[in-house]
Design a protein around this ligand. Structure first.
Ligand code: PGA
Length: 250
């Protein structure tokens, strides 16, 4: 049985009081079935407050990026140790917005993921093709290329690793992948991990779908055999909506 994971990506939204108000309105999370993991990836300064708000709750926290070096002259980056010190147990890695706007490459994404995992900060490794790549039938080759540096650095399984398949054309656009598109891509991703990390690790690997997930499409997406949860951007900002999505993970 694979873990079921519902992760919210708040991106660069919410201040301290909005984060606290969210936590207050998110109490219903305790009524979800016990095997559903709920993660919120927030801007780092929000984590200490969220950690207090969610003390004793199942909600786990994530940062949105970390650097692979322990420390150094890397202005604007966040160390793994500090991320953990402020309450993160997960980190997003290689989100398409990092790749698109901030020069993240497949090589740096792999370095971040491997370093985070080695330090016990579970990476949520984001991959996905652009619209042009899908239209050119390159989805599989893009996914394979995005994972190649990871397998070069980590030829054997990394514990607590999570993948998020997020087609770039579906992020923030309202254009959700169809269940067939999500299932096909995610089965392919699992096959890639199976070829590199073996059947046992691949069959336990949680693969999330992300890209315009909403309360009304979450149930169908999560009914797909290789969709083990979702990574939710816009719809995770609203506590009632995010709770409805989490409840669809049953
Ligand atoms: P979206 O974002 O749900 O707003 O499309 C998903 C993501 O960026 O992870």
């Amino acid at each position: 049985m694979r873990r079921k994971i519902i992760a919210g990506n708040w991106k660069m939204y919410k201040d301290m009081s909005a984060a606290s108000a969210f936590a207050q309105s998110f109490q219903g999370v305790k009524n979800l079935p016990v095997d559903i993991e709920v993660i919120i990836a927030a801007q780092s300064p929000l984590l200490p407050g969220l950690q207090k708000e969610f003390a004793g709750s199942r909600v786990k926290l994530a940062v949105q990026n970390i650097h692979w070096e322990k420390e150094g002259a890397f202005t604007g980056e966040l160390s793994i140790a500090l991320a953990q010190a402020i309450g993160a147990s997960f980190t997003l890695v290689g989100h398409s917005e990092r790749r698109q706007f901030f020069g993240e490459t497949k090589e740096t994404a792999a370095k971040r993921a491997v370093a985070a995992a080695a330090a016990g900060l579970a990476p949520i490794f984001c991959i996905g093709e652009s619209r042009q790549e899908r239209e050119a039938q390159q989805t599989e080759s893009v996914l394979r290329a995005q994972c190649a540096p990871l397998f070069a650095l980590a030829p054997t399984p990394i514990p607590n690793f999570i993948v998020a398949y997020e087609p770039v054309w579906a992020i923030g656009t309202g254009l959700t992948a169809t269940t067939a598109q999500a299932q096909e891509a995610q089965a392919f991703v699992r096959e890639l991990f199976q070829q590199n990390w073996g059947s046992a690790a691949a069959s336990l690997l949680p693969i999330l779908y992300g890209g315009s997930v909403k309360p009304d499409n979450a149930p169908q997406l999560m009914a797909c055999a290789d969709v083990d949860g979702v990574l939710v951007g816009g719809a995770s900002l609203d506590p009632a909506g995010f709770l409805a999505i989490a409840a669809a993970a049953k």
